[in-house]
Design a protein around this ligand. Sequence first.
Ligand code: GLA
Length: 329
Amino acid sequence: MASADARARALFAARFGDPPATACAWAPGRVNLIGDHVDYAGGTVLPMSLAAGTAVAVGCAEDGVDRFASEWEGDASWTRYAAGVLQELRAHGVALPPVAVAVAADLAIGAGLSSSASLETAVARAALALAGEALAPDALARLCQRAEHLHAGVPCGIMDQWCVAHAAPGEAIRLDCATLAWRRVALPADLRIEVVDSGVRHALRDGGYAARRADVDGAARTLGVAHLARLGRARWIEIDALEPRIARRARHVVRESARAEEAADALAAHDLARFGRLLTESHRSLRDDFEVSVPELDAIVDGALARGALGARMTGGGFGGSAVIAWRA
Ligand code: GLA
């Protein structure tokens, strides 16, 4: 198959004709190694970028209105994300004329690999190139997150957009979502990361994601902290007094963020066995306490462990999507 870049340009020519696209940009997808459902609670996450991503070709729209075309036949939900980014760029003061946007992606929508942040970032980069302007990666990530909140209605955290805007191949990003302090973490050469798509599709808009976030925000309010994931260990005992469902959610958040930190340390110390164990613990917590896994993901995780994987877990928002498996290479 032609590269996403070439396909985006060809799609542009087929749908919008001449003149051809004047700018083209690409952004990767991401897989989160560990630290899920903690970014919006100020926790630590450890995502890495993927070789697969999204290419966007843009040109000036002949008839004065933004136009959109993609390879995702029959699914127009993505246009909300792309249109939202254009709107936010203009609100930010970028002098952007009406544009035609053609999208080609090597990422399936809803596979838990950040197709949305990849799309948002690629659209923003292409539109900025067309306008002859630039945004620093931090500002780009925040703008794309805002577009997702305001125009797609998903109250996501900052992990995906931050990773997509900053990550380079062969490394993970350790990000403290409370302070946005971050650093690159090299992946050991003898660690192989496999991503397996369960084929079960979620839509974060379906409400499960927002419901989990509301539980977490509620727990933070009750405990009187701005960032639940930063609740000091001495106070973890207070979680037991919360209503049972909220307590399970909160327990996941504080432990998961601590696990992500420990996993980053384990990678730095080249302790692959400990890294793998933490991944598997994370899965159990997302399955039992946070309740965002599905039987298909549980089966992929169990199967990988039975075949000798170091560790395995569902990755991303859950309710379907993908699993990430760590192997000793
Ligand atoms: C989605 C959101 C992220 C994050 C993950 C779960 O990918 O976009 O902000 O909350 O779910 O870790």
